[in-house]
Design a protein around this ligand. Sequence first.
Ligand code: DQA
Length: 150
Amino acid sequence: MKILVIHGPNLNLLGTRETEIYGTLTLQEIDQELKKTAKSLGAQVTTRQSNEEARIIDWIQHAPDAFQAVVINPAAFTHTSVAIRDAIAAVGIPTVEVHLSNIHAREPFRRHSFIAPVAKGQISGFGRESYVLGLRAAVSLVQENLGRNS
Ligand code: DQA
């Protein structure tokens, strides 16, 4: 089973970016932890980061060619991107939305997610653990789908 993990804009700066909100772990460290977790679940993850909306849309459009599910932290695009939402809806790949911080407990503009209505679910507020929980959820979703189709 292959899962695509997408990190949106500014997440390449994790480790030094607003550490009181996002912690001191780097993106590389999060990716390593996800790879370890995936292995323990019998899955494989590919991790990608971009600051560009168009690249993220292309990755989602092509995800069904190689992956069974997507875990995405759309970062600021969560609150702005109808285009990323439409890409997820268009390809219909099971998608889990994750956030390091609790977006519902921050500034009002972060409370609205364009992605949530087309995601299977949203995990928000658990730091690096949000990604691990998101990956577990994605693996379960794929296992359920496999069960249904067999
Ligand atoms: C974030 C929350 C977003 O509001 C913010 O723009 C980010 C990171 C998070 O992981 O907590 O860049 O997605």
